[in-house]
Design a protein around this ligand. Structure first.
Ligand code: SF4
Ligand code: SF4
Length: 391
């Protein structure tokens, strides 16, 4: 290679590095404000998690910008968030209520952390009967209703179903398990299963409105297996507990490992089905440039959420369920798929569209997960130094 070519390459690399640093700067400043805005923490056990989380968040964002790859760095955050969520949720609950067991008294007092999965079941009964069917703290306390609703509305408007890859603190579990094997053992799943989440959604909304109780939480939520649960006081609770564990093991662990797909999110979750409709109203989508696409189907094989098939590829659009994780964009050998701002021509600078998407998306990831990761690290340090995760 000639010297002038090497120099030109050097200048190009330097320019790219400078622009990456400049583009990372807003995130560096925003996250600094978020983490130390309320004052510096006291003691090494609080300071170390803050510094580690801050560095982790910003290194991932920097790498996302430097490499032009989205999914790998998103997943590193998303999976860490899910693991630390469980640690943080359980320990906080034990500190607040004294136990992970949910008693009738806790329900009556509204001592139940609010989670976004309940939203489709609460809106319709509230609109029809003015009854709030899920008891949760309205303001203050751990995971209250007001905070969850505000974050959910913001994320929905900005990301649509991207919420399920950039905001949901459960989604990192099946995402993580789906990455454990190099190749899938089960390669084909019939398309009709992808309609199951919509059927579950209709069923739980109707049943919740009829019984004025959150039926999904009571009978079908796999994440009950790793959060709070009812005391085993009757045969009904035994059946419910067996169902929670069976769904968790089947949909969150075993099937994701065998298929390399997010089976809980893509084949069962009614909240995800509900969230799919918000893809219609938010400004971002994933589009395929048909002039460049070679119909190789790699993107359909790689999509973890069953959101691409032969038809959608031919139409140049994903299915409604797309969670905007970016894996198809990263893996298309022809560079034919890109983040796209609705209303702009397909020729609109795709790097710019990606930037416009990943700033708010990553910020939501930090808002939802930053505190959980920090608390998770804190609990691990507490365990190492005192022998217990509970203060
Ligand atoms: S991976 Fe790229 S080239 Fe292959 S079908 Fe998908 S969009 Fe077309
Ligand atoms: S279509 Fe692409 S961006 Fe959407 S969920 Fe599938 S892999 Fe992710």
């Amino acid at each position: 290679m000639s010297e002038s070519l090497l120099e030109a390459l050097d200048t190009k690399t330097q320019r790219r590095l400078t622009s990456t640093i400049l583009l990372t700067l807003p995130m560096v400043l925003l996250t600094a404000f978020m983490y130390v805005g309320g004052g510096m923490p006291h003691g090494w056990r609080a300071t170390v998690p803050m510094i580690l989380t801050y560095v982790f968040v910003n290194v991932l964002f920097f790498q996302m910008l430097r490499t032009g790859r989205t999914d790998k760095y998103r997943a590193a955050f998303f999976i860490t968030m899910a693991i630390t969520f469980i640690i943080s949720f359980m320990t906080n609950l034990i500190e607040m209520r004294g136990s992970l067991v949910l008693s009738a008294a806790d329900m009556a007092k509204g001592e139940t952390p609010f989670c976004h999965m309940v939203i489709p079941m609460t809106i319709i009964p509230a609109a029809l009967t003015r009854t709030i069917i899920f008891p949760g703290r309205i303001l203050g306390g751990f995971a209250d209703v007001a905070t969850m609703f505000t974050l959910w509305i913001g994320a929905t408007l900005a990301l649509g179903r991207g919420f399920c890859s950039w905001g949901c603190f459960y989604g990192g579990l099946d995402d993580g398990f789906s990455r454990l094997r190099k190749k899938p053992l089960i390669k084909k799943i019939s398309e009709r299963w992808t309609y199951l989440p919509y059927a579950v959604l209709v069923a739980i909304v109707l049943l919740s409105a009829l019984t004025l109780s959150p039926t999904y939480c009571a009978w079908l939520c796999p994440y009950k297996a790793v959060t709070e649960f009812a005391a085993i006081t009757s045969s009904t609770v035994v059946v419910q507990t067996i169902l929670f564990y069976a769904l968790f093991i089947g949909l969150v662990i075993v099937l994701p490992i065998l298929t390399k797909k997010r089976t809980q999110c893509g084949l069962f979750c009614p909240f995800g089905a509900f969230q799919s409709f918000s893809n219609k109203i938010n400004p971002f989508e994933i589009r395929i440039n048909r002039d460049v696409c070679k119909d190789c189907q790699v993107c359909a094989q790689k999509c973890p959420t069953f959101s691409l098939d032969r038809n959608s590829i031919e139409n140049g659009r994903t299915r409604l369920s797309c969670m905007k994780c970016g894996r198809c964009v990263d893996t298309c050998p022809k560079g034919a798929i890109a983040y796209h701002v609705k209303g702009t021509p397909l020729t609109f600078n795709s790097q710019r569209a990606r930037l416009l998407f990943i700033y708010p998306a990553f910020l939501f990831l930090v808002v939802f997960g930053g505190g959980m990761i920090r608390d998770g690290i804190y609990r691990i340090l507490l365990l190492i130094s005192t022998g217990s995760m509970i203060r």
